[in-house]
Design a binder for this molecule. Structure first.
Ligand SMILES: *[C@@H]1O[C@H](CO)[C@@H](O)[C@H](O)[C@H]1NC(C)=O
Ligand SMILES: *[C@@H]1O[C@H](CO)[C@@H](O)[C@H](O)[C@H]1NC(C)=O
Ligand SMILES: *[C@@H]1O[C@H](CO)[C@@H](O)[C@H](O)[C@H]1NC(C)=O
Ligand SMILES: *[C@@H]1O[C@H](CO)[C@@H](O)[C@H](O)[C@H]1NC(C)=O
Ligand SMILES: *[C@@H]1O[C@H](CO)[C@@H](O)[C@H](O)[C@H]1NC(C)=O
Ligand SMILES: *[C@@H]1O[C@H](CO)[C@@H](O)[C@H](O)[C@H]1NC(C)=O
Length: 428
């Protein structure tokens, strides 16, 4: 503002009529006052709300009486997902992989030999607000007497492990436990009467990949109409966090209408996006039928990007993310491995549910994770099965560029989940 005022006297268009000058000067003063109050209000709102910032609409043209009508009523949630990564060695990492009692070995990169540890020191800074500080005790109090279930694939398991590592040091060892039973991985915080679960169903609907340990099958078979068998295990949850994406990234799937036990079943080969759409439809029908929106809080984690095509950032394509220690600097990034059409399908499904009064918050973690080609375990992890000769000869072949080292990127996803949960004023 001050700069503009200084610039006025020299402007050619003001020399001329004194009347003009006075009118414009008066207008400038009023505008200054109006903008001062607007800014002040904005700052106050930002201070008071955890994840809200304010925006003000200046409607129409400036009224002739030279006052500006500003509507303070409209508050908009700050877009947590638009921002940048900031290197922050002071406040990070939130935990060490060795220290987390419930770490999984395929995510413990430092423990399994990764030497460059910079991937642990990146904090996400949204453009228009700050993420609230993660307070494990406050979160546990929020979750008291409740059941939270992450439902989906190994990326959701990745986030579940991060969630537990973020809170578990706040719970004395005799008051916490973890049980893995079939598709259900359960973490209990007895002191709080809380369970935080992960349920393995990578395609949400029934499939031949439903075995959490043994699911690397050559062809994917799905029953697109059938979700009940899985859903029974989480119908009673208070908070549900869904994801499903990577397992659909094949050209086609085999669709089965009968049960898996039927002898000589008939399959139909269907294009995978079509299948995905139908599965989302089945999922949303389940939500409509079974979810009581005043009791159950729902989230959807958008697709987690992979970094298996190094030519996306100017390296030879076959290198994958092996040896990567830097972030991708390009702004507004969308990797070639990320499918915008599938993103639209989820958004559309969630919008439809919203129109029916069923709120599912979409945590749009895709782009922010896209920058993090440095964040994957690559070869620094313990594998489920022994390496083949072929793999040993060429480490790049078995580099994991899909999951994320912990501590790391999924901690930020959980910070966002935290921001939503902690600012919910009603029960959940
Ligand atoms: C100035 O214009 C605004 C918006 O049109 C109107 O609400 C307000 O009453 C006017 N004030 C005066 C003093 O005329
Ligand atoms: C990890 O554990 C070690 C040994 O108990 C402790 O000294 C260190 O402060 C812990 N680090 C973090 C980040 O929790
Ligand atoms: C634990 O939470 C459940 C609801 O999830 C509730 O029914 C039960 O009474 C609680 N138990 C105690 C001891 O508070
Ligand atoms: C999930 O639900 C099914 C059907 O009710 C049941 O048979 C199965 O034991 C449950 N799984 C777990 C891990 O609780
Ligand atoms: C990985 O990085 C190190 C250090 O920058 C370099 O010496 C090595 O040749 C790289 N390996 C590959 C396969 O690019
Ligand atoms: C999620 O983010 C991507 C990239 O920033 C954007 O294209 C998409 O529209 C966003 N979706 C929603 C629902 O905000």
């Amino acid at each position: 503002m001050a700069k503009k005022q200084q610039a006025f006297p020299g402007s050619w268009w003001l020399v001329g009529s004194t009347f003009h000058y006075i009118a414009i000067f008066g207008f400038t003063i009023l505008l200054t006052i109006a903008l001062y109050y607007w800014n002040r209000e904005g700052r106050l709102l930002q201070k008071s709300g955890l994840i809200t910032s304010s925006y003000v609409e200046i409607r129409g043209s400036v009224p002739t009486n030279c006052s500006i009508s500003i509507s303070h009523q409209e508050k908009k949630k700050c877009n947590l997902f638009s921002g940048r990564w900031v290197y922050d060695k002071k406040s990070l990492p939130p935990y060490k992989d060795r220290n987390c009692t419930f770490m999984f070995d395929d995510l413990a990169c430092e423990k399994y030999g990764r030497k460059d540890l910079n991937y642990q020191y990146w904090r996400w800074q949204p453009d228009d607000c700050d993420l609230p500080k993660f307070d494990a005790k406050a979160l546990l109090n929020k979750l008291r007497d409740k059941r939270l279930v992450f439902v989906g694939d190994s990326l959701n398991r990745n986030q579940w492990v991060s969630f537990i590592c973020l809170i578990e040091s706040s719970i004395p060892s005799s008051f916490k436990s973890r049980v893995l039973k079939g598709n259900l991985y359960r973490f209990n915080a007895k002191e709080y009467n809380t369970s935080i679960d992960f349920y393995w169903s990578p395609l949400l609907v029934e499939s031949n990949s439903d075995d959490p340990a043994n699911h690397h099958l050559n062809e994917r078979i799905v029953r697109l109409q059938s979700i009940e068998k899985h859903a029974k295990n989480w119908t009673d949850a208070d908070i549900l966090v869904f994801n499903s994406y990577l397992w659909w990234k094949v050209p086609t799937l085999k669709v089965l209408s009968e049960s898996f036990e039927t002898p000589n079943p008939v399959y139909k080969q269907v294009e995978s996006r079509k299948c995905y759409k139908m599965a989302l439809h089945t999922w949303s029908r389940w939500v409509i039928k079974h979810v009581n929106p005043s009791k159950t809080r729902m989230f959807w984690i958008s697709m987690s990007p992979t970094h298996s095509v190094a030519s996306n950032w100017g390296m030879p394509g076959d290198r994958k993310c092996y040896n990567e220690t830097q972030l991708i600097a390009k702004e507004q990034l969308r990797g070639s491995e990320t499918d915008p059409q599938m993103m639209r399908m989820t958004e559309w499904t969630i919008e439809n549910l919203k129109a029916k009064g069923l709120k599912v918050d979409l945590l749009n973690i895709t782009r922010l994770s896209e920058y993090r080609k440095d964040g994957h375990p690559t070869i620094y992890r313990k594998l489920w099965r022994p390496l083949t000769k072929d793999q040993l000869a060429n480490p790049i072949n078995y580099a994991d560029c899909t999951h994320w080292c912990l501590p790391g990127v999924p901690d930020v996803w959980n910070q966002m989940l935290y921001a939503y949960l902690i600012s919910d004023t009603d029960n959940i």
